[in-house]
Ligand binder design. Structure first.
Ligand code: G6P
Length: 466
């Protein structure tokens, strides 16, 4: 069914639609995207005749006709080639992304980027204003759309508006560098409820609001311009049942055994799975691994590191550089420590289907999640959900949102290479049985805070907003 001129009582807006284009030969079709947000919203959106999702198809050009995939009603929002460069690659991913990730690469501030960001946000707000039925609930997602709540509130004061930020909200001292800091805070305060991944994120946001607007904040309730907004921590989860189901699937288990054999049946498999992004600390773990091999603390006779790096934002500053650095290190480790026909690092710069990732989680004795900064990190949770025998070690950066919940992981500071090396070496020498209590505790957390429960909790709080 096409969305047409119908009005909807539940509208989701995000930079990307919940679908991606897949080509088979000459024919293309839309398939549901993998990823946390789509899983989280499936129960409230798929098959719901009153719900629609507005977003970009991932292909530059004008917005196309609405369509339906897998029960999701999709309403495309057009983003031109020029806007792709200024709004998406520019302001979203070369200004906001680095600034909100502790300025790991220097954020760039360009007025032309900001103008395009405002234009695209206005288009989203106008689209949602047009789609929403009187009194509808709207849920806006992530850093691409920070102005939409305020623009929408001005056009449609009748709506209930929620916003969720999937990435960290930085410390106030960093946030206030942004030339458009006041406009963005005003944009966010158009929402009734502003969700962040962690309590620290929520506190950072309230401190920034306080400094910039002088608004009265009591706890996380903010009074500004005669309106009340609330901020809160809502750590996102994963579709635990789906991941656990795949881990129990005989075909996935057979694939896991096959991969293990292909790797030379090593005693210890270390695994990293990331988008190829400078926030993820991929080079940090490779450096630690190289030093452990050089010092004889790990041996190529029984260890293999598998690194999956999904291609990402290759046109954006910082990404090509981290790719060069990672690939140079992979070459360096294999060149110095590999054996003919048996590399010690297996590196794939390709995205992998979830079945293949779960097969890898099943054989990973040690999962390396070492970001310098990360809003949550769902890979850490997927690994935990894929370990039905309760074994395995998760080496987890303290600077991820996930570290707030997975307290029994091996928590490390990725800036402290010696602590990372110590954690990796200790993990490699542990037996499966040693790892059970910590893994069991993490599995309880991941089972109790699923993606679906996250959405339910956020929406229940949004409905309760005055
Ligand atoms: C992060 C962001 C998401 C984004 C994803 C992939 O997880 O929080 O909003 O969709 O990265 O990045 P991309 O630029 O490909 O959408």
């Amino acid at each position: 069914m096409a969305a047409g001129k119908q009005k909807w009582s539940f509208v989701v807006a995000a930079n990307r639609l919940p679908v991606r284009r897949v080509w088979e030969g000459d024919t293309a079709q839309w398939v549901p995207s993998p990823g946390g947000l789509v899983s989280a919203l499936r129960p409230v959106m798929s098959g719901n005749p009153d719900a629609v999702w507005a977003g970009w198809t991932g292909v530059p050009g004008p917005g196309t006709e609405p369509f339906e995939v897998d029960g999701f009603q999709c309403h495309p929002v057009g983003v031109s080639q020029g806007e792709l460069q200024l709004f998406y690659e520019g302001f979203s991913n070369a200004t906001l992304w680095p600034l909100f990730h502790d300025a790991l690469v220097p954020p760039e501030y360009h007025r032309t980027w900001w103008d395009a960001y405002r234009t695209v946000n206005q288009r989203y707000a106008a689209t949602v204003a047009d789609l929403a039925a009187p009194g509808a609930t709207v849920w806006i997602h992530d850093y691409h759309l920070l102005l939409v709540p305020g623009l929408l509130r001005a056009a449609r004061p009748d709506l209930r508006i929620g916003f969720f930020l999937h990435i960290p909200f930085p410390a106030r001292e960093l946030y206030i560098r942004l030339p458009w800091r006041a406009e963005i805070i005003d944009g966010l305060l158009g929402a009734d409820l502003i969700g962040l991944q962690t309590p620290l994120g929520a506190d950072n946001f309230c401190r920034a609001v306080n400094r910039i607007t002088g608004a009265k904040t009591t706890g996380r309730v903010i009074q500004h311009n005669g309106r009340t907004s609330q901020a809160g921590a809502f750590p996102i989860g994963i579709d635990t049942d789906r991941i656990a189901g795949l881990a129990a699937d005989p075909a996935v288990q057979a694939r896991a055994a096959e991969i293990h054999e292909t790797l030379g049946s090593p005693r210890t498999v270390l695994l990293g799975v990331d988008r190829l992004d400078y926030t993820k600390g991929i080079e940090v773990r490779l450096r630690a691994f190289r030093e452990l091999l050089a010092e004889g603390r790990l041996s190529v006779d029984d260890c293999v590191l598998v690194q999956i790096a999904e291609p990402s934002r290759s046109q954006v500053t910082g990404y090509a550089e981290v790719r060069r650095e990672v690939e140079q290190m992979v070459g360096d480790v294999n060149g110095n420590f590999g054996v003919m026909g048996r590399p010690v690092v297996h590196y794939l710069h390709q995205s992998q289907p979830i079945e293949e990732l779960v097969a890898m989680y099943l054989i990973a004795d040690i999962m390396l999640v070492t970001p310098l900064r990360d809003g949550m990190n769902l890979v850490a949770k997927e690994y935990v959900a894929s370990r039905p025998d309760n074994t395995g070690v998760l080496v987890l950066s303290e600077f991820t949102g996930a570290a707030q919940e997975l307290r029994t992981a091996e928590l490390i500071n990725p800036h402290d290479i010696e602590s990372l090396k110590t954690a990796m070496e200790a993990a490699a020498h542990r037996t499966g049985a040693d790892t059970v209590p910590a893994m069991r505790a993490m599995r309880r957390v991941v089972r109790s805070n699923t993606a679906q429960r996250w959405a339910e909790r956020f929406l229940a709080r949004l409905e309760a907003c005055e």
